[in-house]
Design a protein around this ligand. Structure first.
Ligand SMILES: NC(=O)c1ccc[n+]([C@@H]2O[C@H](COP(=O)([O-])OP(=O)(O)OC[C@H]3O[C@@H](n4cnc5c(N)ncnc54)[C@H](OP(=O)(O)O)[C@@H]3O)[C@@H](O)[C@H]2O)c1
Length: 294
């Protein structure tokens, strides 16, 4: 029985934190990387981490990545065919003899009609539920790290971030907390979390203005939140993103603006025994990401 845990999307926002969290627990972790060059980020971890190149669009690479794997943390990229590549991955994992898949989904995936992001994720959740594999589902809210990965460039360039959220508050979660929950589940007895779905949020809902204050205080430079009309947000996003993604993201923003993303859960604390990171801790720990030169 293999104890190796495969993390897909291992160089991404959640995956890279989870690889570290599992390695710190002394578990044999296989980092599934899209490109072996990017796997360099794990070179400082001297033991316990195997690197494997895998591409969701190349099934033969998935067979290789899943060989000898007992459990999987399944992160799929946000692509137009995310449902199809996810179902194919589950099929191949089953053929390879994987025992458990822990799936990264999204908050509200169970809601009907819900959002487009939720519906994509729910379709994969249902497929996993019916696969016969042991499974557990994590449904996190919006990531605090979006303020580095997505809104970081304008913060560094102009000291501003632009979102169509009005005064709304959102219970953003630090991805380090998602990784902590995932590591806890993946190192527990498989039966303990079998068939469970956990909704994960940060400790408090925060407004754009409160986030700007936290980042300003952490990096010692004034950072401003600019509330933009949806039409302006659409115009800006359409220059960088495909239409299907622009539509899906604007739908999430509209739900948040209406106040539906403010609820918090205590699940992270209950599962790990640790309090989730606050927005102030996130801003402090990532202050280097908000400076103009970074
Ligand atoms: N952002 C949020 O606020 C939020 C909230 C809730 C749920 N989610 C969910 O979180 C998931 C994304 O997680 P994340 O933000 O950690 O991901 P991410 O940072 O976008 O990283 C995606 C990872 O997938 C890899 N990848 C891309 N294409 C691939 C392919 N064809 N084959 C194999 N690997 C590939 C990327 O590698 P390369 O970079 O080398 O291509 C990267 O390691 C999505 O399902 C999303 O719906 C996001």
């Amino acid at each position: 029985m293999s104890h190796t845990i495969l993390v897909t999307g291992a160089t991404g926002t959640v995956g890279s934190e989870l690889v570290l969290a599992l390695a710190n627990r002394g578990v044999t972790v296989r980092a599934g990387v899209h490109s072996i060059i990017k796997g360099d980020r794990f070179s400082h971890i001297t033991s316990g981490v195997q690197l494997v190149e895998m591409d969701f669009h190349k099934p033969e690479s998935l067979h290789v990545a899943l060989t000898g794997v007992g459990r999987v943390f399944m992160i799929t990229p946000v692509t137009e065919d995310q449902v199809a590549i996810s179902k194919q991955f589950i099929d191949i994992a089953k053929q390879a003899g994987v025992r458990q898949i822990v799936r990264l989904s999204v908050i509200g995936a169970e809601a009907e009609p819900g959002t487009q992001f939720g519906r994509w994720h729910r379709e994969v959740e249902k497929y996993l539920e019916q696969s016969g594999l042991a499974y557990c589902i994590l449904r996190p809210g919006g990531f605090m790290q979006n303020f580095v990965e997505q809104y970081g460039p304008s913060i560094r360039r102009e000291g501003k971030f632009y979102l169509p959220l009005g005064e709304a508050k959102v219970a953003y979660i630090d991805v380090r907390d998602i990784a902590a929950v995932a590591a806890t589940i993946l190192t527990a007895d498989i039966k303990q979390h079998q068939g469970k779905a956990y909704t994960l949020t940060g400790p408090a809902a925060v407004s754009g203005q409160e986030i700007a204050q936290a980042i300003s205080k952490a990096c010692g430079r004034a950072v401003e939140y600019v509330d933009v009309p949806e039409a302006a947000a659409r115009q800006a996003m359409a220059q960088q993103l495909p239409a299907w993604l622009t539509d899906a993201l604007l739908e999430l923003h509209a739900i948040s603006r209406a106040g539906y993303a403010a609820d918090t859960t205590s699940t992270m604390q209950e599962l790990t025994g640790h309090a989730p990171h606050t927005i102030e801790q996130f801003a402090h720990d990532n202050q280097h990401c908000f400076h103009p030169a970074s």
